[in-house]
Design a protein around this ligand. Structure first.
Ligand SMILES: Cc1cc2nc3c(=O)[nH]c(=O)nc-3n(C[C@H](O)[C@H](O)[C@H](O)COP(=O)(O)O)c2cc1C
Length: 372
């Protein structure tokens, strides 16, 4: 059922915002979502990607799906990269469409590290901070397969990976993006380095919290170098829980320190995935996000389980500057206007999240239920 159009005062989600050098007309951010639609062995974004992101150009900011920084980063089927010229050309078509529709779009840079699988890497073992199996699964052409014991990265491989982030970020700029976001959430390469259970190194990249966060800080520096001003965001998930990841007093204290250190970096924003809401009735945990509002001095985007009412309440409470939505944007290309007009949301179909092809990707309708 429709309700009256609400002003931006009543709906903070609809008011403009500045994130570093990015100027957003509204605070409804499209969260990164892997959709597994890249073409062929070259992992190139196609015209379908341009259609998908173009349909969602009214978002205050689009954060793309995680995108490989190089071939060793690959750890999921049909995910695009940004390391080849064909990929840069494919992404250029996406950014052109989003920009001509008035949108803003940043590219999320991803490396799965030990949460890859030899199937993705020509039979080679994945790279990780140390030779410790993260006990996750990797989405391969044969479905989800258990991870293996990775090979500990050499110092030269770490330096090469940091350089790959720099090249990927420069490629993103050439492809017409408005900035990049560092994917440091979930169980992937950067959180593997942060985590003492997986990072057993005794060199400059392990052993103490400061050394375990060194990879992330070097990646931020490399990703920021190709851009003037503040065009780089960082996405963190301090509450992430899976096989070797569990938030406790020690890990949360280390994230506090990390966020404090990030205050010294030229970031456009910090993008936080909060605690998982406990179904069915619980909404997002505001206090868990407020912890970072107090620590981080720059703009904050909050995520995980929000709807229109809870997102407006969070911003109104001053806990975040913007809220990002993944599942709602998958199923509602016109999410911003549905929020503006108080229209109901469509539910997405998880069976088509990673299925490939147009179905469940570019065929979600805009709302056509109008009442006076
Ligand atoms: C299909 C799907 C793919 C996702 N892919 C990514 C990704 O590539 N990068 C990332 O940082 N988070 C990814 N996420 C996590 C979302 O960005 C988000 O944190 C999560 O869905 C919770 O937000 P929501 O309640 O608005 O859906 C993905 C989530 C879904 C459902």
């Amino acid at each position: 059922m429709s309700t009256l159009i609400r002003t931006s005062v009543e709906q903070p989600l609809l008011s403009p915002l500045r994130l570093g050098d990015l100027r957003l007309p509204n605070r409804t951010v499209m969260a990164p979502a892997t959709r597994a639609r890249a073409a062929g062995a070259g992992l190139v974004p196609t015209a379908l990607h341009a259609a998908y992101y173009g349909q969602r150009a009214a978002a205050g900011l689009i954060v793309t799906e995680g995108t490989w920084v190089d071939e060793r980063a690959v750890g999921f089927v049909r995910v695009p990269g940004v390391y080849s010229e064909e990929q840069v050309e494919g992404w250029r078509r996406v950014t052109d469409v989003v920009h001509c529709l008035g949108g803003r779009i940043v590219l999320q840079l991803w490396h799965t590290g030990a949460v890859s699988h030899p199937d993705h890497l020509g039979g080679e073992r994945p790279l990780g901070p140390s030779a410790v199996d993260p006990h996750e699964t990797s989405f391969t052409a044969d479905g989800r397969r258990p991870t293996v014991v990775p090979r500990a990265m050499t110092r030269a491989e770490i330096e090469g990976t940091v350089a790959a982030y720099g090249t990927a970020s420069a490629n993103a700029r050439r492809a017409g993006f408005d900035g990049v976001e560092i994917h440091a959430v979930g169980p992937y390469l950067i959180p593997q380095f942060l985590n003492p259970r997986l990072n057993r190194r005794t060199d400059a990249y392990g052993g103490t919290p400061a050394r375990r966060r060194r990879l992330l800080l070097e990646v931020v520096g490399a990703a920021a170098a190709p851009w003037p001003g503040r065009r780089v965001g960082v996405r963190l998930s301090p509450y992430w829980t899976s096989a070797r990841f569990a938030p406790d007093a020690r890990t949360l204290a280390e994230f506090d320190e990390l966020v404090d250190v990030l205050n010294g970096c030229p970031l456009a924003y910090l993008h936080l995935r909060g605690r998982d809401p406990v179904p069915p009735e619980a909404g997002p945990d505001f206090a868990a996000l407020d912890r970072y509002r107090r620590l981080f001095h720059g703009p904050l985007i909050a995520n995980n389980g929000f709807d229109r009412a809870s997102a407006n309440a969070l911003i109104a409470a001053g806990i975040a500057d913007a809220v990002s939505f993944a599942t709602h944007f998958i199923a509602n290309p016109d999410l911003v206007s549905r929020f503006a007009l108080g229209q109901e949301l469509t539910a997405g179909d998880p069976a088509t999240y990673y299925s490939g092809g147009a179905e469940g990707y570019v065929d979600y309708p805009v709302c056509t239920h109008w009442t006076r």
